[in-house]
Design a protein around this ligand. Structure first.
Ligand code: TYD
Length: 398
């Protein structure tokens, strides 16, 4: 495989096998023509970058049927409000033009209610883009890349902040993205983005963070090395609780900003924990195999006891667990979800029926597989009458 940044050859260190599109919920008549790819991962030693090898073309994933809406989680809505407030407090004086990459339904930008700030969202998926526009946010229905960005001639070197959350790891051509950022940012402009953290994935063994949309799993080391190649530098890092452990990275033009102590501290931690080198990948691989065996042993035990099992939340992440471990309707009767675009369809690859929350309430199983483990607090609060010992489980410790 070829590293997506250095363009040098690297050797994949593990495969998760045949994978469908993680958000490709489908109807029965679409089973036969379902798309699969071999989900292999590799690591560039030169820039410490954990990445997918083969993946579907972005247009196959982010289109008019994209079924993910940021506003589907109350906790995420709260998080985006505090993310926006953090930016407002820290950079208010200079804020005239702000762009968000992957603005989804406008949940983040909505918080900047100051008419003096020119806000623009880039969102390639048409359906979520329409919702964002209805929310009154200026949204461009395009991918954020150099080709599309250079059309914004009047904003050349005028943008103060480019922000993103859970979007950059979805973009295979990071070089074009960085060229776009370089074109737009003013001299002191900052690129601020949040991403699920490689170190947290290793720690929790949450390999389900890897799926077609997540082309990269970033760390501070990889971000530092990638941006240094393009005359930018990592100036701050702030750990976040979202998605089971994320990082907020702040990147500015080289030599123009103070570098926070956090950067040095986290880079050092990554060296000690082998997050910046291939050793971390190799133990992760071993741990994935152990985790798969443990999960199947547990499910077989439940079956032997004649327990009914259902999944809670048809997340993209669950596609990786179900397909990697080969878990279908033989174990799990259904997966319930709040998203109307998913209900009535089947899960990608393993074809487990997706049902409404109403169905769940009328058919509560003996055991509930929490696929949205990252929203545990919010979900258990909502389902407090089901909060009994040993009822909920996941492939990781919850
Ligand atoms: P998330 O972990 O954000 O998804 P992904 O792995 O796809 O990035 O979870 C989003 C999905 O979970 C979405 O399909 C809605 C569903 N969900 C519920 O059904 N109920 C809930 O209470 C929450 C928080 C999410």
């Amino acid at each position: 495989m070829i590293c997506k940044i250095t363009k040098k050859k690297i050797k994949p260190f593990m495969t998760f096998g045949k994978m469908p599109i993680a958000n490709g919920f489908l109807r029965k008549n679409q089973f036969k023509k379902e798309y699969f790819f071999n989900m292999e991962v590799g690591f560039s030693k030169e820039i410490s970058l954990f990445q997918l090898n083969d993946h579907p073309a972005p247009k196959q994933m982010f289109n008019k049927n994209y079924p993910f809406f940021t506003s589907s989680s109350k906790e995420m809505v709260k998080h985006f409000k505090s993310y926006a407030n953090w930016i407002k407090n820290k950079y208010k004086r200079n804020l005239k033009n702000l762009i968000e990459i992957g603005s989804n339904d406008g949940t983040f930008l909505k918080n900047f209610d100051d008419k003096k700030i020119n806000l623009i969202g880039f969102e390639p998926s048409k359906n979520v883009c329409e919702i964002s526009k209805k929310n009154g946010i200026k949204t461009i229905n395009e991918f954020f890349n150099f080709k599309n960005v250079r059309k914004l001639k009047n904003l050349k070197n005028k943008v103060n902040i480019i922000a993103a959350a859970n979007a950059i790891c979805h973009i295979p051509d990071l070089i074009s993205l960085i060229k776009g950022i370089d074109f737009l940012l003013d001299k002191k402009g900052l690129f601020i983005f949040e991403e699920p953290y490689l170190g947290s994935m290793y720690k929790k063994q949450s390999y389900d963070q890897i799926y077609d949309e997540h082309i990269f799993m970033f760390s501070a080391s990889s971000i530092k090395k990638i941006f240094e190649k393009y005359s930018f530098e990592l100036i701050d890092i702030i750990p976040q609780k979202t998605h089971g452990g994320s990082m907020r990275y702040v990147v500015g033009r080289k030599g123009l900003s103070h570098i926070s102590n956090n950067v040095k501290k986290i880079l050092r931690e990554e060296r000690i924990k082998n997050i910046d080198n291939i050793k971390g990948c190799l133990s992760f691989k071993k741990n994935c195999e152990i985790s798969k065996k443990k999960l199947l042993t547990r499910l077989n035990f439940f079956k032997k006891k004649k327990y009914t099992i259902a999944g809670y939340a048809a997340t993209s992440k669950s596609t990786t667990i179900l397909n990697y471990c080969n878990i279908g309707s033989n174990y799990i009767d259904y997966i319930c979800d709040t998203t109307k675009e998913k209900i009535g369809k089947y899960s990608p690859g393993m074809h487990i029926p997706i049902v409404s929350m109403d169905h769940f309430k009328k058919n509560v199983p003996d055991k509930i597989f929490l696929f949205a483990w990252n929203h545990k607090k919010e979900i258990l609060k909502k389902e407090k009458n089901l909060n009994k010992k040993n009822k909920w489980f996941a492939h990781i410790k919850i």
